[in-house]
Design a binder for this molecule. Sequence first.
Ligand code: GMT
Length: 380
Amino acid sequence: MRIGIVCYPTFGGSGVLATELGKALADEGHQVHFITYQQPVRLNVFNTNIFYHEVRVPTYPLFDYPPYEVALASTMVDVIINHDLDLLHVHYAIPHASAAYMAKQIVKSKNGRNIPVITTLHGTDITLVGKDKTYEPVVTFSINESDAITAVSQNLREETYRSFPIIKEIEVITNFVDVSRFNKKPFDAFKKVIAPEGEKILVHASNFRKVKRVDDVVKIFAEVRKAMPAKLLMVGDGPERPATEELARELGVIDDIRFVGKQEQMEEILAVSDLFLLPSEYESFGLAALEAMAARVVVISSNAGGLPEIVIQGKTGFMANVGDIAAMSRDAIDILKDNERLEQMKQAAFEHACSFDIQHIIPQYEKLYSRFCRMEVPCI
Ligand code: GMT
């Protein structure tokens, strides 16, 4: 099939997932057209089945806010018509689902074709941004106008029905991980640089937004540090980073923390890590935690949103209520002190991550797409 994928090109989970999906579909022989305002960060391979179309947003002195959605819809129309796409799959509702609706109407009026639009909901498009009164009517309308809707977890499906008057079926296709990519041997020289005395290594990765509760990460680490030598890697960047660094200074743990910024080679970092901390206020799924599990890293997280759908309490990790720093610290210390159990849990985390392997999930998307095959163009 010829599939258009629209996503955010950044490090966020929705963009990562959409890019990995597109790469896997291209490997299966589909022609994949990415339509984004920048080359997606994970689009780092050459494949003759992959095409990248940059959305250019011309500016004009009149525009305080350049009309990105208009530019996006116009680029979608261009790619749909000139590359004879079979369907559009948009990731993250805002503004991708409404831009896709507009493109669909334009293509219909231009050449009578009804291009199917699939919208995948990822999380904050529903739970934070989408609920805002300013966006809600457009979000509800464009989700309802999609030909198929998917959510990345059962929890997000339920949240969506709770928050919006959605009249269509929302199917759950969970996020996935390419286990072969994350199942790596630790690079000893790298481990030595981070933890020269063989200290345990904790890691957190996110966009450092409020919802991630990065201050809790530092507070948990400060408790762990009181109990044993340890190091913390903080991966990513975002608005809460300066305050988090300040907190680390106040708590006297800054020398044991490395803020390494945005990183593409997460698998190298995870390979040397023991615990992944994700105390978020909400996660529709928690793709970063799943990637950690695939790298044999035990997860300490909150029990918010879809996290209980991937973490098995006491087996692959530990969950506690949002903000329960005492419980998360205690669990972290207990498991780090018990090497035998830590190794068992790392193995269990890996085995559980395998059930979310890309190979199990891609056929689910292909099955969904096949519902929209055109009679005149055979689907592969
Ligand atoms: O976590 C973020 O703030 C980024 C956001 C995104 O849209 O890129 O992540 C959301 O989508 C991911 C992929 O489906 C999920 O794994 C994350 O849990 C979800 N984030 C939230 O729900 C806060």
